[in-house]
Each structure stands twice: as structure tokens, then as C-alpha cells.
Design a binder for this molecule. Structure first.
Ligand code: ATP
Ligand code: MG
Length: 351
């Protein structure tokens, strides 16, 4: 008999909050953490299945669990110039999300309307597919168009050598194909509001995941070619941050002059070392439009002297109004930055 009355709510909560991360090993994890028997854990599991919160897949021996989609909606819409993205939000998404925390609803509204507006204004696609899903603790939104593809469009519009270069520019923000109608802020802020933000386009996947102490940025070459653009946004229903807090993080001295955050790993190709001045110049492009640039060295171990000199000394000489701050640096990188900053070459008149 399943006795829910003697349940420990802490165990139930633990299972629900961790099952996506440990779909195969959850039972052993609970046994170890809470000192309960295996059969007690399977009682918890089957009650959560009965309650419609999780689903089990696979045979008994290879059983794994995942959170059940409590809401799962997919629909297509026709895209046309002037489509009011806020009405799609109000009539199609809001009725499903309205009972969530206000800050989460606001973030979803921001992301949804920005990304749908992008499909309308930039993709040249006739239609789009939209999905909205919710599990016990997560909201997932997906917007897919079948147009030119975001990396391809940026590459073409800004004369860049390849789609990866488009990604570096996109990450800086303030990049737009149509400055008269747009500010180039939508993706920059949307990608920072969600726990996971991913773009699939062409053969490239870009994924940004919130970690305890920052962001994990991943770029992967995909076998499967995606025509157009797919944007995926996932947020925890327990998220505590607000749209305003995210905007404020990047507020500069005045509204037209703000801060940015650039993952330096986007500047290199797999296996490539960051050594040259030309690589540094790619990184530095448009930095003068920002008051402060956080240059994030996450997963980069070393940089070359010329690369460092161009960014931390030469650029500063020409653009003292833009502060470039290195974060997540290895000891090697710290040393190189200190070295180039202290090296002041003699100017011709001194000789
Ligand atoms: N679905 C898409 N298809 C093709 N290109 C896209 C798509 N979404 C974005 N882009 C490209 O990426 C650029 C940056 O998009 P982003 O939303 O950050 O800024 P924006 O739309 O130009 O300006 P804002 O969002 O501030 O109105 C766009 O200018 C466009 O070149
Ligand atoms: Mg936009």
C-alpha cells in the first residue's frame, strides 16, 4: 500500500528538484543521502508518478525518471511585417503562466516578445513554431523560424569570416542589422535572464547556462543542419532575479553608454591559442561603445604576449574611457596581463 501520510516532504522535494540531473541514479542517491531503504524510495517514486509529477521510462533494470510536462503546448503562427508579438504573448502564453511568480512571468514575457520580434523583423521566414512547456520546477519556451538563420545573417550583414565570429559579436551586444529600428539589445539581455539560453542555427549550437558563480558558455558544431533559427529559453519557476536587476547590472554612466560581458573563448577556434594582435582586434571590435567590458577568461588557460598587449595596453592608450576588466583568469594570464601593463616601451622622442 502507498502511504503518503508518512512521507518526508524534504525527500519528495529533493527528488523533484534533482531528478532531471540524476535520471538514472536518483534512487541510490536518496538511499545514501537520507538513509532510507530502497523500497521506501520506490514508494516515493510511485507516489510522484501517481501525482502526475514525474514519469518513468525504460525497463525495470534500466529505469530512469524525468519530470512530467504539466503544460505542453506547441503551435504555429504566420509571420508578417508588423505582427504584434505582445498579443501572441497575451492570448497564447499568458493564460498558462499567469500563476507563476511575477518576476518569472516578466522575464518570460521579455524573452518571448524579444525573440518572436526577432523572427518577425530579421528572419524572413513565413512562419514560426512556438512551444511552451512547464514541469514541476521549470518553464521552457522555444521559438523556431525557417528563415535565413541568425549567424548567417550577422556574418553577411557585418562581413564576418564565419558564423563563429558572428557569435563573438552577438555576445558583446549592441549589434543590430537595422539601427534605425533596433538597438541590438534583445539577445544580450534575454540570454542573461534565463537559466539556459540556446540558439541552434546552421551547424552551430550556442548554449549559455547559469552556474553558481557565473555562466557556462558552450559552442558546438552540430551534424544536423538547422535551417533558420531555433531559440530555447529555460527558467526555474523559483528564480528570484528580476528583469530590472539584469538591466541594472549592465547600466553604464548614462543610458547610451553601458557595460558588457564577453566570454573570450568565443574569440578562438577549437584548439587555437589566443596569441596574435589580429585575434585581439577581433575581440576589441566595438569595445569603444561600452563604458566597461568584463572580459571573461573562463576555460582559457593562457594567452600570448601580443594578444595581451593589444588588449590591455594599446587599446587602453587609445580608449581610456572604456575600462577593460579581466575576470576568471588563470595565474598565467594574470602574469601576462601584469607584464604587458608594466612594460612601457620607449617613445621615439625619449631616445
Ligand atoms: N531569428 C533571426 N533570424 C535572423 N537573424 C536574426 C534573428 N534574430 C536576430 N537576428 C540577428 O541578430 C541581430 C541581433 O538581434 P538582437 O535581438 O540582439 O537585436 P535587434 O533585434 O537588432 O535589436 P533589438 O532587439 O534591441 O530591437 C539582429 O539585428 C539580426 O541581425
Ligand atoms: Mg531583437
Amino acid at each position: 500500500m502507498k502511504r503518503a501520510s508518512r512521507e518526508n516532504p524534504e525527500i519528495r522535494e529533493f527528488i523533484l528538484n534533482n531528478i532531471e540531473q540524476y535520471p538514472d541514479t536518483m534512487s541510490s542517491l536518496v538511499v545514501k543521502k537520507f538513509g532510507v531503504s530502497r523500497s521506501a524510495v520506490s514508494g516515493y517514486m510511485s507516489r510522484l508518478i501517481d501525482a502526475g509529477l514525474i514519469v518513468a521510462e525504460g525497463t525495470t533494470r534500466a529505469r530512469h525518471y524525468k519530470l512530467k510536462k504539466l503544460v505542453d503546448i506547441t503551435f504555429n503562427i504566420e509571420l508578417f511585417d508588423g505582427l504584434p508579438e505582445d498579443l501572441t504573448w497575451i492570448y497564447k502564453i499568458l493564460p498558462n503562466i499567469k500563476d507563476e511568480r511575477k518576476n518569472v512571468v516578466d522575464i518570460c514575457q521579455y524573452g518571448f516578445t524579444e525573440i518572436l520580434n526577432n523572427a518577425v523583423d530579421h528572419s524572413v521566414s513565413k512562419d514560426a513554431k512556438i512551444s511552451y512547456g512547464k514541469t514541476y520546477n521549470e518553464i521552457t519556451m522555444l521559438i523556431q523560424d525557417y528563415g535565413v538563420g541568425i549567424f548567417r545573417k550577422i556574418q553577411d550583414d557585418f562581413n564576418l569570416p564565419d558564423p563563429r565570429a558572428a557569435l563573438l559579436e552577438l555576445s558583446k551586444g549592441r549589434l543590430t542589422s537595422s539601427p534605425s529600428r533596433h538597438a541590438g539589445e534583445g539577445i544580450f539581455f534575454t540570454s542573461r535572464m534565463f537559466d539556459t539560453f540556446a540558439i541552434f542555427s546552421g551547424n552551430l549550437l550556442y548554449r549559455k547556462t547559469k552556474q553558481d558563480d557565473g555562466w557556462l558558455v558552450e559552442i558546438e558544431d552540430q551534424e544536423k543542419y538547422v535551417k533558420g533559427t531555433i531559440v530555447l529559453m529555460i527558467i526555474s519557476t523559483n528564480a528570484t532575479w528580476t528583469t530590472k536587476e539584469i538591466f541594472n547590472q549592465f547600466q553604464g554612466d548614462n543610458l547610451r553608454f553601458r557595460k558588457t560581458h564577453v566570454p573570450i573563448k568565443l574569440a578562438g577556434y577549437p584548439g587555437e591559442q589566443l596569441v596574435s594582435r589580429s585575434q585581439a582586434k577581433r575581440v576589441l571590435a566595438r569595445f569603444e561603445n561600452f563604458s566597461e567590458v568584463l572580459l571573461d577568461f573562463e576555460s582559457v588557460d593562457t594567452i600570448g604576449q601580443a594578444f595581451a598587449d593589444e588588449i590591455f595596453r594599446v587599446f587602453n592608450n587609445y580608449h581610456p574611457e572604456t575600462k577593460v576588466i579581466a575576470i576568471n583568469t588563470s595565474p598565467d594570464i594574470d602574469q601576462m596581463i601584469a607584464y604587458v601593463k608594466n612594460a612601457s616601451p620607449k617613445v621615439p622622442n625619449d631616445i
